[in-house]
Design a protein around this ligand. Structure first.
Ligand code: SF4
Ligand code: SF4
Length: 299
C-alpha cells in the first residue's frame, strides 16, 4: 500500500493516475475478503500517520502515545530541513505491516487514514498566493490490486463515507493546514529552530507528552488558559490534539489565539532585547577584530 503525496503526481513511475477530480467522480472498486490479492497491499507498506491516526491507534492498543511511537513508528523528514512526519514501521526485517494478520487488519476499526483512502489519494494543496486549501482526489492503480476489476462503482464521496473518513479528515484538518502553511510560506518563515521542530513533533504526534507539557507549571506561567477550559483540554485526547494545532499556529506563525500572561510577555521581550544586544555586541567585537587583523597585516 503506497502513501500518496501531491508531489508524487508528476513522477513518471508513480502509480497515481495523472487525472485529479472532485468527490462526485465515480470509481470502480471493491476490496473484499476472498479476493485473490488479499493482504498484498499490507505486505509492503509506506504509510504516513496523521495525529488523529496515532491517537486512535494508541487508544486501541491501550498504550501511551510515547510507547506507540517507539514500538510502531519511524519519524521521517517531510521536506528538507523541515517538519517531521511519522510512518508506520513494518515488521522487523520485512516490509509487512505489524498489524497484518491472515484474516486481515487487526486494528481495522482504527486503521489509519491512508489505509481507509486507498486506492484513492487525497491531494490537499495551497497555492502561494492563496489562503485556502483545496482538496482534490486521484486514483492509485497498482498492478497487484485486483479491487479495480470488481463490478462495483460508487462516487469518491460515497467511498469516503463508507470508509469513515469524514471524522478522520475533520480531525486532521488543522495538522494538514500547518503543513501546507509551512510549505507555502517557504523561505519567509525560514528554517525552523530545533526547539520549534521538537515542539511540532510533540504537539502533533506525542499527545501524552504534550499533556504533561500543558499541565506543567512552566506552561501555566506563560499561557493564561481559564481553569475550566484547561481541564477539558487535559481530559480529552482529541481536544488536546486540536489545542496542539492552535498552539503551533501561535508558536510557528505568530497567530495569537492563546492568551499570554503580561509578565511572561514582558520577560520574553526583555530576553529578546538582551539577546539582540548580545548579538550586536558580538558582531561589533568581530568587526573590530577583523579590522585590527587587516591593518595589523599592513604594518
Ligand atoms: S493498518 Fe491494517 S489496513 Fe493498514 S497497512 Fe496495516 S494491516 Fe493493512
Ligand atoms: S483489493 Fe487492493 S486493497 Fe484490497 S486486499 Fe487486494 S490489493 Fe489490498
Amino acid at each position: 500500500m503506497t502513501q500518496t503525496d501531491p508531489q508524487d503526481i508528476p513522477f513518471p513511475t508513480s502509480p497515481v493516475m495523472p487525472e485529479t477530480f472532485d468527490g462526485g467522480k465515480k470509481i470502480q472498486f471493491q476490496c473484499r475478503k476472498g479476493i485473490a490479492c488479499w493482504n498484498v497491499c499490507c505486505s509492503n507498506i509506506d504509510i504516513s500517520l496523521t495525529p488523529y491516526d496515532i491517537l486512535r491507534l494508541k487508544q486501541r492498543l491501550d498504550m501511551s502515545s510515547t510507547e506507540f511511537l517507539q514500538k510502531y513508528t519511524a519519524p521521517y523528514e517531510m521536506e528538507m530541513d523541515g517538519i517531521a512526519g511519522v510512518k508506520l514501521r513494518p515488521v522487523q526485517g520485512g516490509s509487512a505491516c505489524q498489524f497484518m494478520r491472515e484474516e486481515g487488519c487487526s486494528v481495522y476499526e482504527d486503521r489509519p487514514t491512508a489505509c481507509r483512502y486507498y486506492p484513492v489519494a487525497l491531494l490537499s494543496m495551497r497555492r502561494q498566493d492563496e489562503n485556502v486549501d483545496r482538496d482534490s482526489y486521484a486514483l492509485v492503480k497498482e498492478a497487484h490490486c485486483l479491487g479495480h476489476q470488481e463490478p462495483r462503482s460508487l462516487t469518491v464521496d460515497e467511498y469516503r463515507s463508507e470508509q469513515g473518513l469524514g471524522e478522520y479528515d475533520e480531525l486532521a484538518r488543522g495538522w494538514r493546514q500547518l503543513i501546507l502553511k509551512k510549505k507555502s510560506s517557504g523561505p519567509t518563515i525560514g528554517k525552523p529552530s530545533k526547539r520549534s521542530l521538537q515542539l511540532f513533533f510533540m504537539s502533533c504526534y506525542d499527545v501524552d507528552q504534550f499533556r504533561t507539557f500543558v499541565a506543567s507549571k512552566g506552561f501555566g506561567e506563560v499561557y493564561d488558559i481559564p481553569d475550566e477550559e484547561k481541564l477539558k483540554i487535559l481530559s480529552d485526547d482529541p481536544s488536546l490534539m486540536l489545542f496542539g494545532f492552535r498552539f503551533l499556529r501561535q508558536v510557528l506563525f505568530g497567530e495569537m489565539s492563546i492568551a499570554m500572561r503580561e509578565e511572561s510577555v514582558e520577560a520574553r521581550r526583555s530576553r529578546l532585547l538582551e539577546k539582540q544586544r548580545r548579538l550586536e555586541k558580538e558582531a561589533a567585537e568581530r568587526k573590530a577584530r577583523d579590522e585590527f587583523e587587516m591593518y595589523g597585516d599592513q604594518e
